[in-house]
Design a protein around this ligand. Structure first.
Ligand SMILES: [Zn+2]
Length: 471
């Protein structure tokens, strides 16, 4: 590494960091949850506004910026072929509830943190990448490959943005996705999303609602059960600490609470749906048919390994397959469903897993519906660029980190020649600013630790410069 260049970059970043934060705060103010039901297509007005804001910002720095069907924004040299592309996303998961420092889309700085939905996932990195490109340009750094930044707006839902891009645009020689942790994420587990739906309408379950997104383990779940005639009401205390039963006319209403978590790490939360199904079974109120479905849903969430669906599996490279029932509800015709979000080990066979899940459904009076497979990503870990990027990170951070595999899903899985590099994974001091279940990506009080963002910008820039020489 060129120590002088690193020093010049650090000086530039220091001088522009506040300006960059100002840009970031503006972007966090846009509530860009991707929506297919709101005009304009494809993802609604807020996502479009986020793209346009970044487009104008990029142009004000003297970059070309072009919209790819209002799904993605491509900033920088549009030249086909030999380019290195950085990737981030501007859409966010829904705000959720329980924010304690601010409204989700009104960012505030608390100590060294910026708090707001999307601050760390993934708007902070997105804005930082734009400033990295600007820095390289202003410092006169030349590269063999054209550099560009691609920003999408449907990452958190279907990744139809990057799918469209990959279908219609020339492939870059290297895609660096800045939506994981340093040093290098060379593989991502596969993802299956599916609904387990009761075959029959469950007449005694009048309401069922839980979950706000496939990839969030919910912190709230609720069910209303029609009281059977002369029903003995269960002792509320017996339903467990996290469930409450109240009477609502002829309905018994059970509300359960949990601790939210990213579905890639369901073990780190408490699934409110599991609390709810457990309490409903203990109450003895569901009739036989309903109890069968509820029991099945309960068993699916008993462990986070998919044991009840016959898909428990692990491999050396990527560890356990995980499975979380993250949303539940009633269909229009009164059938109950549990939506599952599964992160499967890189070497698992997705089609076979679907077969096991379908069989488990049939055995429990349910059917498998709306299954979607999002295939795993794999970048050869022995490719020289993996080593290059890892060394850059370790040298500049003083850490001794190794390339790794993760359970989260990023754009990398939809792009050729793609790996994750940054911008998380830098050590940070302990803080008591956030309650359990707060402060992380997809959680309330989502927070970005600013000193690390600053460091990450230099590391990312150095990584790009070195990768340019290596590939
Ligand atoms: Zn993300």
């Amino acid at each position: 590494m060129d120590a002088q260049l690193i020093a010049r970059m650090e000086t530039w970043i220091d001088a522009h960091f506040d300006e960059m934060l100002g840009t970031l705060e503006e972007v966090v103010r846009v509530p860009s949850v991707s929506r297919y039901d709101e005009p304009p297509a494809p993802y609604g007005s807020a996502c479009l506004r986020a793209l346009e804001y970044m487009r104008d910002k990029a142009r004000s720095f003297g970059f070309d910026a072009r919209s790819i069907d209002d799904r993605c924004l491509e900033i920088g040299d549009g030249a086909a072929g030999a380019s290195i592309a950085l990737w981030c996303h501007l859409d966010v998961v829904p705000a959720g509830e329980g924010w304690t420092y601010t409204e989700p889309f009104e960012p505030v700085r608390v100590g060294d943190y910026l708090i707001g939905r999307g601050a760390s996932d993934n708007k902070g990195p997105a804005v930082a990448c734009l400033y990295v490109l600007r820095m390289l340009k202003e410092l006169g750094v030349t590269t063999r490959h054209a550099l560009k930044l691609c920003l999408g707006t449907d990452e958190e839902k279907r990744m139809s943005d990057v799918e469209f891009y990959a279908r219609t645009q020339p492939a870059s020689a290297l895609n660096i996705v800045a939506d994981s942790g340093f040093p290098v994420c060379y593989a991502e587990k596969g993802i299956i999303e599916a609904n387990l739906v009761s075959r029959a309408a469950l007449s005694c379950i009048r309401e069922l609602k839980a979950g706000i997104a496939s990839n969030i383990v919910p912190d709230k779940a609720e069910m209303a059960i029609a009281l059977p005639k002369d029903a003995a009401l269960p002792d509320c205390g017996a339903l467990g600490e996290r469930a409450q039963l109240t009477l609502d006319g002829t309905l018994a209403r059970i509300r359960a609470t949990g601790i939210p978590a990213h579905s890639a790490h369901p073990q780190s939360g408490v699934n409110a749906i599991h609390e709810l199904t457990g309490a409903a079974l203990k109450s003895g109120l569901p009739d036989e048919e309903a109890a069968r479905a509820v029991r099945f849903f309960d068993r699916v969430n008993d462990d986070c390994l998919g044991t009840a669906l016959g898909i428990a599996y692990r491999d050396e490279m990527s560890g356990d397959t995980t499975c979380a029932g993250t949303m539940a509800g009633l269909t229009n015709d009164g059938r109950a469903y549990l939506h599952v979000n599964i992160r499967y080990s890189v070497s698992a066979d997705a089609e076979k897993m679907l077969q096991s899940i379908a069989e488990a459904c049939v055995e429990n009076g349910c059917i498998l519906a709306d299954a979607r497979i999002n295939a795993a990503n794999f970048f050869p870990p022995d490719a020289p660029v993996v080593d290059t990027l890892t060394k850059v990170f370790n040298e500049l951070s003083g850490q001794d980190a190794k390339p790794y595999v993760m359970s989260g899903g990023t754009y990398a899985r939809k792009l050729p020649n793609a790996l994750g590099f940054g911008m998380g994974g830098l050590k940070k001091p302990e803080t008591d600013l956030f309650q359990p279940g707060h402060g992380g990506a997809h959680q309330a009080d989502e927070a970005l630790y600013l000193p690390n963002l600053k460091k990450a910008m230099a590391i990312l820039a150095a990584g790009v410069i070195e990768a340019d020489e290596t590939i």
